[in-house]
Design a protein. Structure first.
Length: 453
């Protein structure tokens, strides 16, 4: 959507600064090499049942870990080296000259966690991807002068303390780590106190967002930390009704799925291959759900799916982990995305990216970037109470409008909007976040004071 004129101007600028191209080329080479290294060493993709906390350790072979640790070491020592200034080909003028300052916090708040390479690849890793993406935007949206910033990004990674018992992130420390980061920036800079944090931006990529607890009853009892309540939170959790975990200015963002793993999956799928699985789901399906303080996993929806369709030949339902599950999604017509503990699921992103029609079963879910992704056109929503009728519902769709939905799903802009790239690309998830922030510029203290100049 870049006009020819803009393109020419950009080109002119680039030729004038041709030495930048040499720099650019070296960085591209650097990225290509590190991409290839990362690519080869990438951890097995998380099983889609990762939201369901089974008691199995995730595969993280020691050898891989050590090798990629070395790669990360060399990358994280110098910010300017990992995230070199570059001009991503994205049109930033649409953001109304939005300027973001990214706090340079001590590494214990963020990059130290990257020593475990799962930290930047698992389903909660949008906190990492977005930080990297913003840092790569230097000179465009990202400013190094906090005095001209509209928003302040506080990069705290809270999802990377993987439990040695079950392999899942322990987020008990999230509140204190964030509090500590806020105390630090409010002591060292004048900007937090100026607005009590209302132009400060955080990520909370957990089940229940900035309530920082996996179980809804605990999450809602704890609520949003008081210290965060004035700020803007980018979170994967969102519902259409009033909920204590979104009692804060927020933007719903997609869960993180590695663009590299998707690319790898797509590369291995023959273009002409028919989708031979009708209805697909792989993940935790409890046959006898446990009562955990009055709550049942997936509100028993998954149990009902298993009970009703476990032996139905149209349904391919699997309860075990399988590293190659993305290729199964790519082979499927309908992909079930039922709630787990929280309504959202990484399957939403994977289904869309791999062209499988997402069947959303999570009452009241608020989906990411509704202006960029017209969810009703590319997915189906089935009420939790209707899960026993899934068979008929999907048959009906197959006979009527399935091909329309599949056609809508082919739109590349829809897939792009759900993925975080580094550097960001026009229309991708980071771009959508920037656009959402550009609609909140009334919160910018810098802009309010400049208005009087
Ligand atoms: C990681 O989680 C464990 C268990 O919840 C906790 O005891 C520990 O303090 C956490 N580590 C850090 C560095 O926050
Ligand atoms: C901001 O307020 C806190 C709490 O009142 C105070 O400790 C801190 O010194 C203030 N920061 C600045 C930069 O004045
Ligand atoms: C397809 O049909 C179903 C009803 O069977 C309807 O709920 C849905 O909105 C339709 N979707 C599109 C994109 O036409």
């Amino acid at each position: 959507m870049i006009t020819h004129k803009q393109r020419r101007t950009e080109k002119g600028l680039c030729f004038k600064h041709y030495f930048k191209w040499i720099l650019c080329f070296s960085f591209t080479l650097y990225f290509l090499v590190s991409f290839l290294v990362d690519h080869n060493q990438e951890d097995l993709p998380l099983s889609p049942s990762s939201l369901s906390r089974p008691n199995t350790l995730l595969t993280n072979p020691k050898t891989k870990f050590i090798a990629s640790h070395v790669v990360f070491e060399s990358k994280i020592h110098d910010h300017t080296l990992i995230f070199p200034p570059q001009r991503p080909n994205i049109r930033t003028d649409v953001f109304n000259n939005l300027k973001i300052y990214v706090y340079d916090l001590p590494s214990k708040f963020n990059t130290d966690w990257l020593a475990n390479d799962r930290c930047s690849n698992h389903l909660f890793a949008a906190e990492v991807a977005l930080h990297k993406a913003l840092l790569s935007l230097e000179g465009d949206v990202r400013t190094k002068d906090p005095h001209e910033a509209d928003f302040f990004f506080v990069p705290v990674y809270v999802s990377c303390n993987f439990s040695t018992v079950n392999g899942f992130p322990a987020i008990g420390h999230a509140r204190s780590l964030i509090k500590e980061a806020i105390e630090l920036v409010s002591a060292q800079y004048p900007f937090w106190n100026r607005t009590s944090g209302s132009d400060h931006v955080f990520t909370a990529t957990h089940d229940f967002g900035c309530c920082f607890h996996t179980m809804e009853d605990r999450a809602t009892a704890d609520g949003v930390p008081r210290i965060l309540r004035n700020s803007i939170v980018l979170q994967t959790f969102g519902v259409t009704f009033k909920h204590p975990c979104q009692e804060v200015e927020n933007v719903v963002i997609p869960p993180y799925i590695s663009p590299v793993s998707l690319h790898k999956t797509q590369k291995n799928i023959p273009v002409t291959k028919e989708r031979d699985i009708r209805v697909f789901f792989r993940g935790k399906m409890e046959i006898h759900p446990r009562d955990i303080s009055g709550r049942f996993y997936s509100k028993r929806v998954r149990t009902e799916i298993w009970r009703s369709y476990g032996s139905d030949p149209r349904f391919y339902l699997q309860r075990q982990r399988f590293a190659g599950y993305q290729s199964e999604i790519a082979r499927s017509v309908f992909c079930l995305c039922p709630l787990g503990w929280a309504p959202w699921s990484p399957r939403l992103v994977e289904s869309v990216a791999l062209g499988c029609v997402p069947i959303i079963i999570a009452d009241g879910i608020r989906l990411p970037f509704p202006s960029a992704v017209r969810w009703p056109d590319i997915s189906l929503t089935v009420a939790e109470r209707d899960v026993g009728k899934l068979g008929e519902i999907l048959e009906h769709v197959a006979e009527t409008n399935l091909s329309v939905i599949q056609k809508n799903l082919e739109d590349p802009s829809v897939k792009r909007a759900l993925l975080f790239n580094v550097p960001p690309q026009e229309g991708d998830a980071t771009w959508q976040v920037l656009e959402a922030l550009s609609k909140k510029l009334h919160r910018s203290a810098a802009r309010r004071s400049n208005a009087f100049l």
